[in-house]
Design a protein around this ligand. Structure first.
Ligand SMILES: C[S@@+](CC[C@H](N)C(=O)[O-])C[C@H]1O[C@@H](n2cnc3c(N)ncnc32)[C@H](O)[C@@H]1O
Length: 243
């Protein structure tokens, strides 16, 4: 398997892969998990799908450089996949459902492309259970500002809490959920990324007049200039079966 973070993010689905399977990675971003799936122990065919052409260009270059021929990348939105009904064995998605405005529509599309008996494997962030140490008043206030931006963009930063129920409602069977913490970006990198986002928001025409965002941006500025710490995100992993 390629070096990457699949053991962390896709470890729960790797044991379910079998030789010759077709695996979809929806919201694949730069494709690092797709590449790891496509070079998993079993020879599987992995198709990465994302709506962002820049991310896909990056993913295609990475696949070419690694000489991986078992992966492809296509541009599409998650609620309208360019695939026939019942054509894939596994639908995998990491860090997507917390960003989409209509997760049930996306899950209905996942059910459409999965073959009967196929596996759904989702990993969704729950910021309400993220572990940050130290979690100062500035960290708290900056994160509240980030949640506000997340919601205004149509997503739900606490989606991990609800994803199991959404999967049930979408008609999947044998739904199993577990919450797992793992480290991704570090504490300081998170602080810088939150600060950048909030600074950009307060400079936008709408954010300029928003005192809540301005206050969160000041807190993020202080957070970045504070000391180091630890951050691990809570990921809710859901496995389910398409009837
Ligand atoms: C946080 S990234 C995760 C990327 C990848 N799965 C990973 O774990 O490295 C979320 C991805 O979902 C896509 N995405 C986010 N919100 C979306 C939306 N509302 N509709 C379509 N795609 C979206 C983005 O283009 C982005 O690549």
């Amino acid at each position: 398997m390629l070096e990457g973070y699949a053991p962390e993010t896709a470890g729960f689905v790797l044991p379910l892969l079998g030789s010759g399977m077709c695996v979809l990675d929806v919201g694949c971003g730069r494709g690092s998990v797709t590449l790891s799936l496509g070079t998993a122990v079993h020879p599987v065919y992995a198709l990465g799908v994302d709506a962002d052409p820049e991310q896909l260009a990056f993913a295609r270059t990475a696949a070419r450089r690694a000489s991986v021929s078992t992966v492809d990348f296509v541009a599409a939105v998650p609620h309208a996949l360019p695939l026939p009904r019942g054509s894939v064995d596994v639908v995998f998605s990491h860090a997507l459902l917390e960003h989409v405005p209509a997760p049930l529509d996306v899950l209905a599309e996942f059910a459409r492309v999965l073959r009967p008996g196929g596996t759904l494997a989702l990993s969704t962030a729950d910021w309400s259970r993220a572990k940050l140490r130290p979690k100062t008043a500035n960290v708290d206030a900056a994160l509240r500002g980030q949640y506000l931006l997340h919601r205004r963009a149509g997503g739900d930063p606490f989606a991990g809490r609800r994803v199991g129920e959404w999967v049930q409602r979408a008609g999947f069977r044998d739904v199993r959920s577990r919450a797992r913490h793992h480290e991704g970006i570090g504490y300081r990198e998170l602080a810088r990324s939150v600060e950048e986002r909030l600074a950009a928001a307060v400079q936008s025409p709408v954010g300029e007049r928003d005192p809540q965002l301005a206050s969160a941006a000041r807190s993020a500025w202080m957070w970045v200039r504070g000391g180091g710490g630890d951050f691990s995100q809570c990921w809710v992993e859901v496995l389910a079966r398409r009837e």
